[in-house]
Design a protein around this ligand. Sequence first.
Ligand code: SAH
Ligand code: SF4
Ligand code: F3S
Length: 473
Amino acid sequence: MYQRREITTQERLQQEQFCEKIKSLIAHRSHYALVDTYGCQQNESDSEILRGWLVQCGYELTNDEDKADLIAVNTCAVREHAEKRVLGNVGALNHKKAKNPELIVCVGGCMTQQPVMREKIKNSYQVVDLVFGPHEVWQFPELLLKTMERRGRRGNKSRLIAAEPSEGVVAEGLPRERDSQVKAWLAIMNGCDNFCSYCIVPYVRGRERSRRPADILAEAKALVAAGYKDITLLGQNVNSYGKGLEEDVDFPDLLAEIDKIPGDYVLRFMTSHPKDATEKLFKVMAESQHCAHHIHLPLQSGSDRILKEMNRHYDRAKYLEKVAAARKYMPDLVLTTDIIVGFPGETEINFEDTLSLVEEVKYDAMFTFIFSPRTGTPAAAMPDPVSRAEKQVWFDKLLDLSNRISGEKHAAYVGKTFRVLVDGETGQAPYNLSSRTKGGRLVHLAGDPSLVGQFMDVKITDSTTWALYGELA
Ligand code: SAH
Ligand code: SF4
Ligand code: F3S
C-alpha cells in the first residue's frame, strides 16, 4: 500500500553528517567524481542532486573517466536500447578498475529498480560497488559511506545492493549542483499512476506524489533571484499535480502562482498527458507573462483501438479537440509529441491513422520510438506478430513525414524576428551560440560568448529540418 513519506529535517541532517565522514576519509588528496546520466529530464534533475551530495562529500566534479575516483551511472529503463547502452558502458568500466582498483562504481536510476536487472548487475557486473534506486537519491551519502566501509571485504560482501521498493519518498532541501547557470529543472512531482500498458515508469518511479506548493514556489523564487532565465517544471504527468496534497491546488493554479514571481524568465513544463490537459491550463498559459507557448502532448498513436490497448484514456477525436482548444487560446502555440510505432497488434491501417493525425495536427517536432517490450508491463505479454523489419519501414515513413512538416514549419520562421534566450556555446563556427525561442525552437547564432544568459532579438535568416539560423537584430 502506498504511503507518502516526507523526509524529515532530522533525516536530511543525518545525511549531511555522513557527508562529513566521507569528507574526512578522502581528505588526504583530491578526489574526483563523475556522474553519467541516461534518460529523461527527471534523471538529469536527480543527477544534479547526486552531484550536490558528491560535492558536499568533498569530491571535485569531472567529465574525465580516467581521472575519476568515483563514477555514478544514473540509468533509464524506458526502452531496451537505453538499457543495453548502460550495460555496455558499465561493462567497459572493468578496464578502468583494473588500472585503478580504488575506483568506486555506483549504478542508480530506473533500471536498478527492476528486480531482474538488480540481480543481473549483482551477478554479472562485479565492477559495480553500489546499486541504488531513484527512491534512494536522498540517502546517497549513507549508501556511499557504507560502500566505502565494505571495501576490502571478500566477494559479494564488499558490494551494496540497496534499491528497495520505497515508493512514496518526498525529500526537500537536498543539495544540488546545477548543470547550467541559465536553464534550471524544477521537479514538482515524482512517479506516475497512469500505467500506460507499454510503460515501465510507474513500476520504477513509484506512485505519483507532488511536492508542496510552498516548497516549489520558494525554489522558483530562489532560481529567479539567482538569475536563471529558463525554468522547466518537471513531472511524468504534470497535469495531475496536486492530487493527494492537503492544499487545494491543481497544475494550472501552480503555474499561475509561479508566473506571479517578477523577473525576466521563461517558464516551461514537461510532460502533460492529453487526458488531463484542460482548457483551464491553456487559459492560464495564454494569460501568463512568463509561460512558453509550447506544449509537449504525447499522442503515442492515432488509432482509437491502439490508444485503448495502450490505456491512454483518450481517443483521436478527444485529442484533436484538445489541440484545437490549445490553439484557440494560443494561436502561436508550438506543439511537440511522442509516438510509438509497432505497438503489439498494430496493423498497417492503425499505423496509417497515426500518419493522418500527424498530417492533420502538424507538430513542430516529434519524438518517435519503435515499441520496446518491457518485462512486467501488460504490453510485453501481448501477441506481437509484425516483424521488426516491417516496423522499421513504418518508422521511417513516419520520420520522413515528421521531417517534412518540421522543415515546413521552420521555413515559415525565416525573415521574422524573435526574442530568444542565448543558452550556450556550440563550439562550432560561424554559428558559435545556441539559443531558444520562447516556444522552445533551437536557433543558431553568431555572437559574443558574453551573450549567454541574455535575451536578444534575432532575425531568422535560414532554416533546416532540425534548427533555425539567425543574426542579431
Ligand atoms: N510521462 C511521459 C513519458 C515518459 S517516457 C508521458 O507520458 O508523456 C517518454 C516516451 O517514451 C513516451 O511518451 C513514449 O512515447 C516512449 N515510450 C515509453 N515506453 C516505451 C516502450 N515500451 N517502447 C517504446 N517507447 C516507449
Ligand atoms: Fe509512462 Fe504513461 Fe506514465 Fe507517461 S503517463 S510515464 S507513458 S505510464
Ligand atoms: Fe527513463 Fe526513468 Fe525517465 S525510465 S525516461 S529515466 S523516469
